[in-house]
Structures are given as structure tokens and as C-alpha cells.
Design a protein around this ligand. Structure first.
Ligand SMILES: [Zn+2]
Length: 332
């Protein structure tokens, strides 16, 4: 039996309901964007499926705000049915598509923003790599700082080069990341890049006006995702890590006239090096009350407030329902 068919049957025959009862644990779910994506590499969920998922959460779980989640964590008062809805990066469609859906269902939510992207409108590094390298018009890519010169003859080559560059972007110092992005863009003309960004406008971040509107009109909690979608790994200097964690919090507080209490580490796979001990210490020192990873651990009263678990949303309904009942894994 195919995996999707199996999941469908487990949902259909009520097994998921039994598992939901057995596997109680508060969950913080993270999405990225909500929009109609043009390819299956996208981080953006189809709006109709998103609405179905949120309606499902609203019916079968207790969807609470991040503040309430923090309160229950501090006081060890979870009932295990809690869900917190969060979004990473700060895409414009969080305001234009996700927020109206969430408001219509009365769902509290949090968006973690990368403040320099909000400030300058630049697309995220991995998005730039995907846009440029997977761009069908490009037959050759050159990135001098990586000593990379590669022909892009077919889709398989494009995928392989793109994956390799993305891996480097996720495991490098911020200065090298910026240099790679700059040199990637230089493979095409300014006008071509503008055109490419327009074609991929689904990837555009919000600006400050959008963020303020999201916060004031939709009562959205705004958290930090560093200044430059900065991955807090060992390749970064301590000084830059501190600037990213403290600076993003400070600018959010200045722009919104509200405290920024929560952080989501970009990439956030703490058990694979995305969050150094220094970053955890500095996040605490900066005054974040909770800092979230992208690892689906079980939550307990003893969980580290600077390494809180989260659960990635799924783009298909049955998959989403089964993930929620199976993850985090039950520990006996
Ligand atoms: Zn991110």
C-alpha cells in the first residue's frame, strides 16, 4: 500500500483520532508562505489547503497565542492539546493571504521576521540561488568566491548545482553568504534580475508598513528571525551573532512600540549545528523569553526555553493530520 493511501485510510477509519488522544503534547507549528506556488520546491502552502488545516486545528485542538503558550510553559499548565501557529521569514503573503484566513477563523498567530529583508526588500539567499540556478535561460553559472564555473545543460545539473550552493549558503559565514548572493545575481543583467524577482513575486518579503499592519490590524505577534536570516552556526563570529540577535529585537521594538519576546532561529536544526551554545546564551541575554528551533522534540517542563521544539506543517491534509498525531514521538 502506498504511503499516502495508508495515511488516508488511517485518517478515514478514525485511527488518527485514537492517536490524537494518546499522543498529547503541545505543538508549535511553523509555516512559511501561503500562496499558489509555481513549483513543488516551494515553501508556500496552497491557500485552500491552509484554510482546511487551520479549520481542522480549530476543531480538534486548542489553538492559543504564543503568550499563552509561554504562560502555560512557565506554570507547567499544559493540557497537551495546545497548538501555536507560526510563520517564518516574513513573506508578503502572510499579510495578504494568511492573515485574512486566520482572522476569519479567530486564530492567534506569530510571524518571525528577518528585519534587514523587511528593510531592503531583498529576497532570501536560498531563494536567490533557486531563482538564478534553476532559471531555464541560464546555460552557465559562475560564482568566483567559490571558484565555481559550471555548465547548466539540463535540469539534473541545475538541481545538483543548486543543492550544492544551498548547502554552502547554510554552512557559511554571513559575509560569504552575501558575497555568493551578490555574485549569483551578477550572472544576469539588472533588468533580467528584476524580471525574475517579479516572476517569483510570491517570494517577496513584507515591508515595515506591512509588518505594522499585520501587528495592529490582525493582532499578530511579531518575533525575530535575526536581521539577515542569519544561521547561528559555528561559522559565524560571536560579535555578528550578538548583533543579529540583539539588533533584530531592537528594531522590531522600535518599529512596533511593543516588546519582541520571541525568536525563531533561521534553519533552526539545533542538533545539526544551526544553534551554537553562544547563540542560546546570547538570545537569553538579549531578553528573548522563548527561542524556537525547527526540531520536533517532545515538550516538557524541563525543556530549554532557548531551544523550544516546533513542528513543520505539511502541504497535504492527510499528511498534516498524521504528522500531528505521530510527532513528536511518544516516549515510554
Ligand atoms: Zn527562515
Amino acid at each position: 500500500m502506498r504511503n499516502s493511501k495508508l495515511k488516508h485510510n488511517l485518517v478515514e477509519f478514525g485511527i488518527s483520532r485514537a492517536l490524537r488522544f494518546l499522543n498529547k503534547n503541545p505543538r508549535v507549528i511553523f509555516y512559511h508562505g501561503v500562496d499558489f506556488a509555481e513549483n513543488n520546491h516551494s515553501l508556500h502552502i496552497n491557500p485552500d489547503i491552509f484554510e482546511q488545516e487551520i479549520a481542522f486545528l480549530s476543531k480538534h485542538y486548542e489553538v492559543i497565542s504564543i503568550h499563552e503558550y509561554e504562560n502555560r510553559f512557565r506554570n507547567n499548565q499544559f493540557n497537551g492539546k495546545e497548538i501555536v501557529v507560526t510563520f517564518d521569514d516574513g513573506y508578503k503573503n502572510n499579510l495578504t493571504i494568511a492573515a485574512p484566513i486566520l482572522k476569519s477563523l479567530n486564530i492567534p498567530f506569530t510571524v518571525f521576521i528577518s528585519t534587514n529583508h523587511i528593510e531592503n526588500g531583498n529576497y532570501f539567499p536560498t531563494t536567490i540561488a533557486r531563482m538564478i540556478i534553476r532559471n531555464n535561460n541560464l546555460s552557465f553559472v559562475k560564482i568566483d568566491c567559490l571558484k565555481l564555473k559550471a555548465e547548466l545543460k539540463n535540469n539534473m545539473q541545475r538541481e545538483a548545482i543548486c543543492d550544492a550552493v544551498i548547502h554552502i549558503l547554510k554552512h557559511s559565514n554571513i559575509r560569504l553568504v552575501n558575497e555568493i548572493c551578490h555574485q549569483l545575481i551578477e550572472n544576469i543583467s539588472h533588468d533580467e534580475y528584476e524580471e525574475l524577482c517579479h516572476f517569483h513575486k510570491i517570494e517577496a518579503p513584507m515591508n515595515w508598513e506591512d509588518v505594522i499592519k499585520l501587528h495592529t490590524e490582525y493582532n499578530c505577534t511579531i518575533g525575530s528571525h535575526c536581521k539577515d536570516h542569519f544561521i547561528c552556526n559555528i561559522y559565524q563570529t560571536e560579535e555578528e551573532t550578538k548583533t543579529q540577535l540583539k539588533g533584530s529585537k531592537q528594531i522590531i521594538e522600535e518599529k512596533l512600540h511593543a516588546s519582541c519576546d520571541y525568536l525563531a532561529y533561521p534553519n533552526g536544526i539545533y542538533n545539526k549545528g544551526d544553534v551554537t551554545a553562544y547563540a542560546q546564551h546570547t538570545a537569553k541575554e538579549a531578553g528573548y523569553k522563548l527561542a524556537f528551533t525547527t526540531v520536533t522534540d517532545r515538550l516538557s517542563a524541563k525543556s530549554n526555553p532557548m531551544l523550544m521544539p516546533r513542528c513543520a506543517a505539511r502541504f497535504e491534509m492527510d499528511d498534516f493530520i498524521m504528522k500531528l498525531v505521530l510527532k513528536p514521538k511518544i516516549q515510554f
